[in-house]
Design a protein around this ligand. Structure first.
Ligand code: SAM
Length: 289
């Protein structure tokens, strides 16, 4: 695979945050190829990984390491290059930089210095997985990697326990079964999707209750390759009239009728006007006793 033979575009100086494929080398955009070919320097996580991409697309710019361990030392150097008018591209090993990958502090500092930051968008495992998981995507939370240790993982999941939206996590094969078990503990019966090896030869999407998926892994062994774990949204609690009444009674102990109705409306999603009327009735009944 090589780039096209037309002359390279001249790019204005700036930091170009450039997405690269998440597996299939052909998922490189024309603009990403042009940007990397025109860059003076490419910042990457692991030069051995990025060298393969550069060879495939005839990209000659020097690769310099930028990762969590050398970011603090590298940033002043990168700022100097930008002040000197250079075109600097930032890539990660795969996908979109900054999405569970290094780069946020660099983007922040470049912007704070009033220098330009451009996006060259493309593949990300996050959006690729969501696009074929068969789950609602109008509202989702991306939780990055779940912690490896059991306690920390439980706490991370508990921190989003009340969210009804679709949840997305990056995962690894060896930790997947334990994460699914922890999910079952917190949300019994919750449906999950394992999106694996996206855009690669063994791309696979498996769906089912978290517990069933965990049991399957226990029986067959951990899945190989790269994984995105998605949890279906949960239906918000349906409040019965009795439950709403009992909530209002509690709220009326310490709130005015207006505030109790407002809080109950927020909590239950039921119409505030109806709750206000119910709260008024409850209050006058209580006063008649
Ligand atoms: N910045 C990248 C992106 O935009 O997707 C993600 C980097 S993160 C360090 C790497 C994780 O992304 C993997 O451990 C896996 O959870 C997920 N991932 C990356 N490529 C994937 C693929 N082809 N299929 C499934 N998951 C993938």
């Amino acid at each position: 695979m090589t780039g096209n033979s037309s002359p390279l575009p001249t790019l204005p100086s700036g930091l170009y945050v450039t997405a690269t494929p998440i597996g299939n080398l052909k998922d490189m955009t024309f603009r990403a190829v042009e940007t990397l070919q025109a860059a003076d320097i490419i910042l990457c996580e692991d030069s051995r990984v990025s060298a393969r991409l550069c060879r495939a697309y005839d990209i000659k710019a020097p690769l310099k390491a930028y990762h969590d361990h050398n970011g603090d030392q590298m940033r002043p150097q990168v700022m100097q290059w930008l002040e000197d008018g250079k075109v600097i591209a930032l890539i990660s090993d795969a996908g979109t930089p900054l999405i569970s990958d290094p780069g946020y502090k660099l983007v922040r500092d470049v912007q704070a210095a009033g220098l330009p930051v451009f996006t060259v968008p493309g593949a990300s495992a996050l959006t690729a997985a969501l696009s074929i998981a068969g789950v609602p995507t109008d509202k989702f939370l991306f939780g990055g990697f779940l912690p490896a240790k059991q306690d920390a993982r439980r706490k991370a999941l508990e921190s989003v326990q009340d969210l009804t939206a679709t949840l997305v996590f990056y995962e690894t094969g060896p930790r997947l079964a334990a994460s699914l078990q922890a999910i079952e503990q917190i949300w019994p019966g919750r449906e999950a999707v394992i999106a694996r090896e996206l855009s690669k030869l063994h791309e696979e999407v498996r769906s089912g209750p978290a517990l069933a998926l965990a049991e399957e892994i226990d029986a067959k062994g951990p899945p190989k390759g790269e994984i995105v774990l998605i949890l279906h949204p949960v239906a918000p609690q349906q409040w019965t009239p009795e439950q709403a009444q009992s909530l209002l009674q509690d709220l009326l102990q310490t709130n005015s009728v207006k505030d109790a109705a407002a809080q109950a409306a927020k909590q239950t999603g039921l119409p505030r006007k109806e709750l206000y009327q119910l709260a008024l009735d409850l209050k006058s009944k209580a006063e008649m006793k």
